[in-house]
Write a protein that binds this ligand. Structure first.
Ligand code: RP5
Length: 159
C-alpha cells in the first residue's frame, strides 16, 4: 500500500522532533513517507514534490519547520489536500518557538494550515490528527484511534 500521509520538514535538524509524527502514525498502522525539503532553500524541489502527492494517493500532509516557518503555508498554497503545520523550536528560536508558531498559524483567509502545538507534542498530535482525518473514511483506523484515546484515559486514571 502507498503512503497516505506525507511528512515534510525544513531541515534534517528537525528529524528528531518530527519522529513523533512518524512514530504515532506507525503505531496507528498508517503508512507515511518522509522528506526534507525547504520552502526557502529548495523551492523548486518542494513544488515538484507537492505536485506529486495527490496522484500518488497521499491524503494528508504534515509540515514541520522552525524559525521563519513558511513550509506549511508554501505547501498549502499548492494543494487542496489538508495540511497540518508543526511549528518547531529552531536553535535561534524567539520565545521557545513563538516565531515558528506565528509563521505557521497566521495564514491568509482561504488557504488554511491546521496548526498544532510547538515541538514534539505538536508532532505527535499532527500524527493523530492526520489519522483522524483519514478515519472519516476508514472505520478500522477510527477504531484504532479510539483505542489510543482509551489507553491514554486508562493511564491518567491509573495515576
Ligand atoms: C528551518 O530552520 C528548519 O525547519 C529548522 O527548524 C531551522 C534550522 O535549520 P538548519 O539551519 O538546522 O538547517 O528552516
Amino acid at each position: 500500500m502507498s503512503a497516505r500521509v506525507a511528512i515534510v520538514m525544513g531541515s534534517s535538524s528537525d528529524e528528531t522532533t518530527m519522529h513523533a509524527a512518524v512514530e504515532t502514525l506507525a503505531g496507528l498502522g498508517v503508512e507515511t513517507e518522509t522528506r526534507v525539503l525547504s520552502a526557502h532553500r529548495t523551492p523548486d524541489a518542494l513544488r515538484e514534490w507537492v505536485a506529486s502527492l495527490e496522484p500518488r494517493g497521499v491524503r494528508v500532509v504534515i509540515c514541520g519547520a522552525g524559525g521563519a516557518a513558511h513550509l506549511a503555508g508554501a505547501v498549502a498554497a499548492q494543494t487542496t489536500l489538508p495540511v497540518i503545520g508543526v511549528p518547531l523550536q529552531a536553535p535561534n528560536a524567539i520565545a521557545g518557538g513563538l516565531d515558528a508558531l506565528l509563521s505557521t498559524v497566521q495564514m491568509p483567509r482561504g488557504v488554511p494550515v491546521a496548526t498544532v502545538a510547538v515541538g514534539e507534542a505538536g508532532a505527535a498530535n499532527a500524527g493523530i490528527l492526520a489519522a483522524q482525518i483519514l478515519a472519516t473514511s476508514d472505520a478500522e483506523l477510527g477504531q484504532r484511534v479510539r483505542k489510543l484515546r482509551e489507553g491514554m484515559a486508562a493511564k491518567v486514571l491509573a495515576g
